[in-house]
Design a protein around this ligand. Structure first.
Ligand code: KG4
Ligand code: ZN
Length: 353
């Protein structure tokens, strides 16, 4: 029986997302409600605020996903939900909703790992993508390089020892006074196009470490010092900056981005060499997670991958940033292998998890 219809729910960070996906790979609906106004007000994600925002919209978001897909709960085969990693208060909102829905309609429930979902959604996008493959997962909270040997069989080749790359993009954007109504990444990507990427020589992180781990805390500090020494005032939004000031901010954005991505390039090159020794049949490198929606990141990593005669698989931006489709799809992959929990008891209480 492989005609599954799965609802996916994602609330691990600041986006409330739901989607309905068929096991054929057809995306029946995709709904994301972002907390952009909260990000502006608090300059980042405040867990308690984020939890409240999720609670306010979760019912609506799930209903909208069902409506857009033109299905009701009784048409579903299962409910998939992100169970971690993420902000626990936020995760709980999604898990409660999933349990309530599964309990009321007698549906199996599939707990999904957020980073696995970022990686596996590539198999929905690229149906040729077979195990084993490599994946570079780059988001706000994590940097991971993995060798995926099979479903649930992952070898970690590298991880972030401090900040993830998305965090560095977000802080740089904040310090440069960029418009925070959306996340910092896209704002830096855009501004960097006006700047000279060679103007500031930030040093590449972890040059002396011959491994595949990542570090962005040091680069963040270098950027902050460069901003301070140029007397850039984040209180003055870039839209109000003089042309000289704007130019100087663009130079920092471009120089930061160049080095941030060089670090990824170096780690990927080494990881490919390692991985091919373990699994010579690897043909693909998947690049996914929010930062993978960046065109410069994609172009640079495409070069690395081509040089090694591999192929890059990078989902479209809407499937790179947090979304319900990746959760539903990962749920489908697990469900097919018999990995799911039986329907939870139907409950009245809202706070039963
Ligand atoms: O995967 P994601 O949506 O959420 C987490 O799991 O963290 O990733 C969010 C991160 C944020 O740091 C955001 O600034 C970054 O992805 N991001 C980007 C771009 N779009 C989103 N970074 C660089 N360039 C972009 N175009
Ligand atoms: Zn994510």
């Amino acid at each position: 029986d492989d005609n599954l219809v799965v609802l996916g729910i994602e609330t691990s960070c600041d986006d409330t997302a739901a989607a309905v996906v068929r096991s054929s790979g057809e995306i029946l609906s995709q709904v994301v409600s972002s907390q952009a106004d909260l990000l502006v007000r608090y300059g980042g994600v405040a867990p308690k605020m984020a939890e409240e925002a999720h609670s306010q919209v979760i019912d609506q978001v799930v209903q909208e996903a069902l409506n857009q897909a033109n299905v009701s709960e009784t048409d579903l085969s299962a409910v998939a939900v992100t169970i971690g990693p993420g902000l626990s208060l936020c995760l709980r909102v999604g898990m409660q909703k999933a349990r309530k829905t599964a309990g009321s309609f007698n549906l199996p429930i599939i707990g999904v790992h957020h980073m696995e979902a970022h990686a596996l959604v590539a198999r929905l996008v690229e149906r040729e993508l077979q195990f084993p493959f490599m994946a570079l997962l780059i988001s706000g909270g994590h940097n991971l390089l993995i060798l995926a040997q099979g479903l649930g069989q992952y070898i970690q080749l590298g991880t972030s020892i401090d900040d993830a790359i998305g965090e560095a993009y977000d802080k740089t954007a904040k310090w440069l006074g960029l418009d925070m109504r959306r996340s910092g990444g896209p704002a830096i990507e855009e501004l960097a196009q006006e700047g000279d990427a060679e103007s500031i020589k930030f040093s590449i992180p972890m040059k002396q470490h011959k491994d595949c781990n990542f570090s962005y805390a040091g680069l963040k500090t270098q950027v902050r010092l460069a901003i301070e020494s140029r007397n850039i005032n984040a209180e003055i939004p870039i839209s109000c900056a003089s042309s000289q000031d704007r130019r100087s901010r663009a130079d920092i954005a471009a120089s930061f981005q160049r080095v941030a991505v060089l670090h990824l390039e170096e780690r990927c090159q080494r990881a490919i060499e390692w991985a091919l020794k373990i699994e010579p049949s690897i043909k693909h490198l998947v690049v996914s997670g929010g930062v993978a929606s960046n065109q410069y990141v994609r172009a640079r990593l495409d070069q690395v991958v081509k040089k090694n005669s591999l192929q890059l698989v990078c989902p479209p931006p809407s499937l790179c940033t947090d979304n319900g489709v990746m959760v539903a799809w990962t749920g489908i992959e697990h469900f097919r292998m018999g990995r799911f929990d039986p329907p939870p008891p139907a409950v009245e209480s809202e706070d039963f998890v």
